[in-house]
Design a protein around this ligand. Structure first.
Ligand code: SF4
Length: 396
């Protein structure tokens, strides 16, 4: 039965981890300025200048000249055809969390038979990612602010050379923590917030009062000199709600970038196909992205090309060293304890879905991929399925 024909049920959860990098490169910004088919009418120029301003503001840090140099070098690599550099890596520091989001997927990564990566192992992973060209790291979880070694991991990433993003639910952020994050080299605090309606958000997040704390965290982070971004999970059920509209309006008023995370049937939502956006929803979402400079989805964060940047531009590493193409594709293409990151990425890039900026989000839009390749149940503590099991032996 086609996915869309199935009876829909209410999605009441919201994913903790963020959708990926919250920045778009300068080149993506320039692309925004050059594109002429996004919006029509007199507002076109103003909208694009505004988008450029967001992209520049979020990716430029005058206190990090070495980062600017590394970004420039990434573009040189890209344009010279020398290589397509990696752009962004999610570093999952641990799975513990203080909220109970109903569609959380963190436990999918829990590998009971294995130990979490040590600081030295993380140092090696991050160094390998940089060698592949990565310019941004997203520290995620679970809830990364619950981890005392978060600061150590950020420090060993040499934050002066990287754009550092912390992907959090925001509820544990205090003024002291915010100052520490800034001091240690964090650029952006990206917070999950799904609605402008407190009750709706709290229901998604499984904790009363979460909304107020997260809203307050935006203020605290800004006061400490950090940039902030909002990440709502967008499903068929909440896209058209008043709460979602209020969230988008609030972010616009506050000049906050919104990175949309499209609902995918993984983790607690593994058997929930009803959360997926319909073709009509996707058209509405695209309209929103093309008319609101502060709103973007994953495709807009790529260096240049539109499409799914999994493997080519972004990777996700679990606390146990498994490397997956994106936060929602829970398929291990290798473990950093067994193979170099470059070899694992190479293996991903030869996969037929991942080798060339797939035109649809594989985990949220591509029904064939979702039906055939996404794990159908919440794994909760077993090892992640290996790519060979999912795509067939002999195939990556
Ligand atoms: S499948 Fe691709 S487009 Fe979709 S969330 Fe993952 S990386 Fe982004």
């Amino acid at each position: 039965m086609p996915l869309r024909a199935r009876k829909r049920r209410q999605c009441r959860g919201s994913r903790e981890a963020a959708a990926g990098a919250s920045l778009g490169g300068e080149l993506a910004a320039a692309r925004g300025l050059l594109d002429s088919d996004l919006v029509g009418g007199d507002n076109l120029g103003a909208m694009k200048i505004s988008r450029f301003r967001y992209n520049f503001r979020y990716s430029f840090n005058p206190r990090k000249p070495r980062l600017q140099w590394r970004i420039a070098r990434a573009y040189l690599d890209l344009f010279s055809g020398r290589r397509h550099p990696l752009r962004y890596v999610d570093v999952n520091v641990g799975l513990a969390c203080n909220l109970r989001c109903e569609h959380c997927f963190a436990e999918n990564f829990h590998h009971r038979a294995a130990k979490e990566l040590s600081n030295e192992e993380w140092a090696s992973v991050i160094s390998q990612a940089k060698d592949l060209g990565a310019i941004a790291l997203g520290f995620t979880g679970g809830e990364p602010l619950a981890y005392s070694r978060l600061y150590d991991l950020i420090r060993l990433a040499r934050p002066e050379e990287m754009l550092i993003i912390v992907c959090t639910n925001g509820t544990l952020l205090t003024p002291k923590k915010a100052r520490e994050l800034r001091h240690v080299g964090v650029d952006i605090v990206q917070m999950s917030v799904d609605s402008g309606d407190a009750e709706e958000h709290d229901r998604f997040r499984g904790r009363e009062g979460a909304f107020e704390k997260t809203r307050e965290a935006f203020r605290i982070a800004r006061e400490a000199g950090l940039k902030v971004a909002a990440v709502p999970t967008v499903s068929h059920q909440n896209l058209h709600t008043e709460g979602f509209r209020r969230l988008i309006d609030w972010a616009e008023q506050e000049d906050i970038l919104v990175n949309l995370s499209m609902a995918a049937p993984v983790g607690e939502w593994a058997d929930n196909r009803d959360c997926l956006l319909t073709p009509e929803d996707l058209a509405e979402l695209n309209r929103l992205v093309s008319t609101k400079a502060h709103v973007r989805r994953d495709f807009e964060t790529n260096y240049w090309k539109q499409g799914c940047g999994a493997a080519i531009e972004k990777l996700y590493v679990t606390p146990f060293g498994d490397v997956i193409p994106c936060p929602y594709m829970h398929i291990s293409f290798g473990n950093v304890r067994e193979a170099p990151l470059a070899a694992i990425r190479q293996k991903m890039c030869s996969n037929s879905y991942l080798k060339g900026f797939h035109p649809r989000c594989l985990t949220a839009e591509d029904e064939e991929f979702i039906d055939k390749h996404l794990p159908r149940q919440y794994l909760k503590g077993g090892a992640l399925p290996r790519s060979e099991e999912i795509f067939g032996e002999g195939k990556p």
